[in-house]
Design a protein around this ligand. Structure first.
Ligand SMILES: C[S@@+](CC[C@H](N)C(=O)[O-])C[C@H]1O[C@@H](n2cnc3c(N)ncnc32)[C@H](O)[C@@H]1O
Length: 244
């Protein structure tokens, strides 16, 4: 006898839908204002300190002459800016959250701005770094268009983002860590809701092929996307198309 499997109704979920549009911008800004004071500590704990090595790799990937002018978009507390300064670049930081900018200790000019509408002239920068912010942008395509606009032709882009490991074992550990341990840790030393949102916000990220398409459409060439630490993170590099 063939037993029919009854399809259970989907389990009720307590997680609210992810916000979009102006609501997303307002919530992301408020969330980063709230977590700014403990942001660096949480980063080190969440990544076991690996994030700094990934940031060094991103800054090195720019491969620009010393003295090049680099925008650190969504600079937050300034980790990437500090590393870029150390390589001899001149750096400007821009971020949506006044709280993150207030916690930014890097010796750079800081601008409160939305990545989707940057207050900089066309071709103002030779390089652009952006750490762990793609999934927070309200309109990713518009923001990548802005990145291309403010870079001069031949200018370099290096972006870090979270990723998801492809190995099953690695993925299982990652899921437990980011979905269970990180929100608990966030609740203990920062803000539980914000660190619950972190794993959920990965849903905003397009897959690599989609991200590559967006970058090419925005005016970038030589797009490279490479996983770091077995897919815990990813580094995206690209060159602003056009003759320098
Ligand atoms: C996860 S933090 C990363 C901070 C820093 N880049 C780093 O690597 O540690 C994301 C940052 O993106 C900023 N952000 C989010 N949406 C933004 C937007 N639309 N425009 C500019 N910055 C934004 C947040 O305020 C926050 O500082």
């Amino acid at each position: 006898m063939v037993r029919r499997r009854r399809h259970a109704a989907p389990a009720p979920t307590s997680a609210p839908p992810l916000p979009s549009g102006a609501e997303k911008t307002a919530r992301v800004r408020a969330m980063f204002d709230t977590i700014a004071p403990r942001y660096d500590l949480m980063n080190r704990l969440m990544t076991f300190g690996l994030d700094q090595a990934w940031r060094r790799g991103a800054v090195a990937a720019l491969a620009l002459p010393a003295d090049a002018l680099v925008l650190d978009l969504a600079c937050g507390t300034g980790d990437l800016s500090r590393l870029a300064l150390r390589r001899g670049y001149r750096v400007v930081g821009a971020d949506l959250s006044a709280g993150m900018l207030a916690a930014n200790g890097a010796a750079t000019p800081l601008v409160e701005a939305d990545g989707g509408s940057l207050p900089f002239a066309d071709g103002a920068f030779e390089g652009l770094v952006c750490g762990y912010a793609l999934r927070n942008f309200t309109d990713l395509a518009a923001t990548l268009d802005e990145c291309a606009r403010v870079l001069r032709p031949g200018g370099r882009l290096a972006v870090l983002e979270v990723d998801a490991p492809t190995s099953r074992l690695w993925r299982a550990g990652y899921d437990v860590w980011f979905n269970k341990a990180v929100p608990a840790l966030g609740g203990a030393i920062s803000d539980r809701d914000a660190y619950r949102y972190l794993p959920r916000s990965v849903a905003y990220l397009p897959p690599a092929a989609g991200l590559r398409r967006l970058l090419l459409g925005a005016g970038f060439s030589a797009v490279g996307i490479r996983p770091l630490a077995g897919g815990l993170s990813q580094l995206v590099v690209a060159t602003r198309a056009g003759a320098p």
